[in-house]
Design a protein around this ligand. Sequence first.
Ligand code: GLU
Length: 475
Amino acid sequence: MTVKTRFAPSPTGYLHVGGARTALYSWLYAKHNKGEFVLRIEDTDLERNSQEAVDAIMEGMEWLGLEWNEGPYFQTQRFDRYNEMVDVLLAQDKAYKCYASKELLDEVRAEQEANKEMARYDANHPKIKAANDAAKDGDPCVIRFRNPKEGSVVFDDQIRGRIEISNSQMDDLIIRRTDGSPTYNFCVVVDDWDMEITHVIRGEDHINNTPRQINIYEALGAPVPTFAHCAMILGDDGAKLSKRHGAVSVMQYRDMGYLPEALNNYLVRLGWSHGDQEIFSQEEMIEFFSLNAISKSASAFNTDKLLWLNNHYIKTSEPEYVAKHLQWHLDQQALNIENGPAITEVIKLVGERCNTLVELAEQIRYFYEDFAEFEAGAAKKHLRGVAKEPLEVALAKVEAIEEWTTENLHQMIADVCADLEIGMGKIGMPLRVAVTGGGQSPSVDAVMQLIGKERCVARIKMALLSVKQTHNYEC
Ligand code: GLU
């Protein structure tokens, strides 16, 4: 048997991180079993669905690297198939026409509530029976599924264990509305059957649908898939994760400078574990993933941990991979990197200092663009009169360097210290402010090496001008 899973979002907005986690689990389960992963768009709610939302979901999936083997299928394109199956059930008397009007059903419900009975559709209620008996062919009607009256539905949820629901708690579900459109629970079953889905992995908000769906599979003579219902993701206040807790859309995480690898690693651990391992390469996730190691209890979203993972992936991923994702942020921040060092070298040097790609893009501008002035605070502190001589000596030595290597730049700084009998800080910081414009950067020799000689010389000269102006003013 080939394992086949699916992700079946309703396109009402962006790809939510909760949905992304469900998609990731389904994808991992398929990959782990060398199976297939299907994308199905459940777009039957015409009022709430939109093409933009379909595009947003696919963009999120693609960004996360959750490629699908089949689909996307669209439920709106399969109405004929659903109706064909409704007709099969009708012909077999496993479904029936119900002519009771909405008003009548409301009346019966009010009566049941008044009698403290469970409010539900009851085909044997005298009023409903009378309405059905009096109806003529062609009168407006819905089609209801004849849910079994006896026994119970039992299934072995891969996460939550054995679940049993008595049929007496389920009424006869509408499977086709008066306007001829099939309803949600029916479409899902026909789809999962037609698409040969073996494992349905979805949020536990669907768990109440499962027994109803199982009865429909059985009525259709379709194999019942295995189910796994994942617990919810909560915000830091214990409520279901939503917009008011911060970013919930996958693409917002892209915008905030996360790498897809970091978000995937974060999401896989949010509710699944393999010992106490925190960091998983994609290969490891695929190798170790199993449904029964998914937690039954809800998990709380923790942004600090996600940031920590992001820093880890910025630091340890191939610089080419980081560069590919950084490019979007460079475009956003209008930073052109053609005129400067190889971006992969800059990433190797600066990446480990950054938790996000937004920070990384912000911190590397000086490698590619000259600046018109120094950061005020840094200049005030480090481009003072005392920096004049060290910078002049450094400038002369920098101009004399023939082979522009980090080692020679390191030696140059050591020589300035020795010549002037000063400590490293007296030249290191002024030089840093001179060449980067600010007071924070990785090791100044390595930074200068990447910035290049011509730019460094020009910037030290500019710093000396600034020192002299301040110095004159101070005198
Ligand atoms: N379309 C449903 C949703 O977006 C998912 C249904 C399912 O996975 O069975 O919540």
